[in-house]
Design a protein around this ligand. Structure first.
Ligand SMILES: *[C@@H]1O[C@H](CO)[C@@H](O)[C@H](O)[C@H]1NC(C)=O
Ligand SMILES: *[C@@H]1O[C@H](CO)[C@@H](O)[C@H](O)[C@H]1NC(C)=O
Ligand SMILES: *[C@@H]1O[C@H](CO)[C@@H](O)[C@H](O)[C@H]1NC(C)=O
Ligand SMILES: *[C@@H]1O[C@H](CO)[C@@H](O)[C@H](O)[C@H]1NC(C)=O
Ligand SMILES: *[C@@H]1O[C@H](CO)[C@@H](O)[C@H](O)[C@H]1NC(C)=O
Ligand SMILES: *[C@@H]1O[C@H](CO)[C@@H](O)[C@H](O)[C@H]1NC(C)=O
Ligand SMILES: *[C@@H]1O[C@H](CO)[C@@H](O)[C@H](O)[C@H]1NC(C)=O
Ligand SMILES: *[C@@H]1O[C@H](CO)[C@@H](O)[C@H](O)[C@H]1NC(C)=O
Ligand SMILES: *[C@@H]1O[C@H](CO)[C@@H](O)[C@H](O)[C@H]1NC(C)=O
Length: 376
């Protein structure tokens, strides 16, 4: 959020005329010796661990040559006496707590750009910031402090890392990306990954590898990115992983994302495949997959779909006859794959000859009739 404000400020200043009393991002304040500074009237808000830019520009009379820019931090908005120096373009007497944390956006003083960036923010950095410009007035050292102060308010870190998860497919190596919030040039944050397996227990992905990258966007803006490369499997489906960013001063922020992994396991038929005629045949076909597969039961040599369902399908034939014997095929439709399983169903026919009858009908079911029993 802060970066947005910042770029908005900078864009608006380009199009504005600094000689006007007010610009889109600040108001001009003039002091003796023709030194005028444009400072933000609006409170600048930022978050701990990140950074803030105080936009600032100044103009001078022709006979004043600016030499140095000094910023002080005041605890009270009205009284800055004894306020510590937090930035001095000559590095003089900078308060230790701010050493190395404050930089100018424009190192060339003659550009009259007094903007600074404060990195590794702490909530205690909230306060009022005062500018002083020193230089030579007709060859004599002189300077001007501005009574107008810029208000900075630093709140707890709320921004989250940005996590990108590509489509994950079992067996295809994948890389997750986690980008730290803010585009600050302060201390390098530490980025860690944790994975929570089934049941939410902290676990780790064997064979994973991580990589850390710093992208220098400008002299004072950087992007920190960590990647986690691993081989996704069904085991990772419906689990969570967390990317945690550790900034200085124990400020942390994290983001947890769920994983979905595309996978398909073997098709499996279970159930009793040898039944007596008149009984029921009940076979179950199962395929574990994500997303769920369409399951189709068919009989070999027939195009008829006996039963279809998703994930798991029961094939039920009540009152089996010899004609139901044969090979049954269960096919799963999973994306472009068609994994299948087959079973041979055997029907045991029990022929009871009529008490007075002479004819015993032989079954037509050939190979699948295993035995004849109870023939009187
Ligand atoms: C100051 O300089 C920086 C870096 O060149 C630039 O991005 C910014 O817009 C300038 N600010 C002002 C107020 O001129
Ligand atoms: C400003 O504060 C200092 C103490 O920090 C005090 O000595 C001084 O009198 C104050 N000045 C005014 C004008 O209130
Ligand atoms: C700057 O100039 C003014 C007016 O000429 C003078 O009163 C003041 O003492 C000078 N300041 C310094 C630090 O030389
Ligand atoms: C993943 O996170 C979601 C949302 O926080 C939670 O409901 C779910 O139980 C978690 N799953 C595991 C395996 O930890
Ligand atoms: C990656 O593997 C290392 C061990 O090689 C382990 O310490 C770490 O926790 C793993 N990371 C994840 C996210 O599983
Ligand atoms: C980015 O800038 C830092 C500090 O100036 C430097 O140490 C680092 O090598 C730079 N990285 C790249 C990729 O340019
Ligand atoms: C078929 O078997 C399954 C699993 O054993 C069972 O849940 C289902 O009720 C049975 N169906 C019939 C019609 O018996
Ligand atoms: C089973 O099928 C046979 C032959 O079609 C029929 O005679 C019998 O009544 C059926 N039994 C049941 C319980 O449906
Ligand atoms: C089913 O029967 C066919 C033909 O009798 C045979 O070739 C096949 O191997 C059998 N399949 C199984 C799974 O038993």
């Amino acid at each position: 959020m802060f970066v947005l404000i910042w770029s908005t400020l900078f864009f608006s200043v380009r199009g504005s005329n600094a000689d006007k009393g007010a610009s889109a991002w600040g108001r001009q304040h003039c002091r003796d010796r023709g030194i005028c500074a444009t400072l933000s009237e609006r409170e600048l808000t930022a978050e701990a661990g990140l950074c803030v830019v105080i936009p600032c520009s100044f103009t001078t009379a022709a006979n004043f040559t600016p030499k140095h820019i000094i910023w002080y931090k005041c605890e009270r908005p009205k009284n800055c006496s004894g306020a510590p120096t937090i930035f001095h373009s000559n590095n003089k007497n900078v308060q230790s707590g701010f050493e190395g944390r404050v930089s100018r956006l424009e190192p060339d003083v003659s550009q009259k750009n007094c903007s600074i960036i404060i990195n590794d923010l702490k909530e205690s950095d909230s306060g009022f910031y005062q500018l002083r410009v020193t230089g030579e007035w007709n060859g004599k050292r002189n300077g001007s402090s501005f009574n107008q102060r810029v208000t900075v308010s630093v709140n707890g870190l709320k921004q989250k890392p940005t996590v990108m998860v590509p489509t994950l497919t079992e067996g295809q190596q994948a890389t997750l990306t986690c980008t730290a919030p803010g585009l600050c040039s302060g201390s390098v944050p530490q980025i860690t990954w944790t994975w929570r397996g089934a049941g939410g227990t902290e676990s780790y992905i064997t064979g994973n590898s991580t990589d850390f990258k710093t992208e220098n966007l400008t002299d004072v803006t950087r992007r920190y990115v960590s990647t986690l490369t691993f081989n996704p499997s069904a085991e990772h489906h419906n689990t969570n992983f967390t990317c945690k960013i550790h900034f200085t001063g124990e400020t942390t922020t994290e983001k947890t994302s769920g994983l979905k992994v595309n996978y398909v396991k073997e098709v499996k038929i279970t159930g009793v495949t040898t039944v007596r005629d008149g009984e029921a045949l009940n076979l179950t076909c199962n395929v574990h997959s994500f997303p769920p597969s369409l399951i189709i039961w068919s009989k070999l040599g027939s195009n008829e779909k006996l039963h279809t369902d998703t994930g798991s399908a029961n094939l039920v034939i009540t009152n089996v006859t010899a004609g139901d014997a044969g090979q049954y095929v269960c096919t799963a439709k999973y994306m472009k794959k068609r994994p299948k399983d087959k079973v041979n169903v055997t029907v045991i026919c029990e022929y009871t000859a009529a008490v007075f009858g002479q004819n015993i009908f032989l079954a037509e079911t050939q190979a699948y009739i295993l035995k004849y029993s109870k023939i009187y």
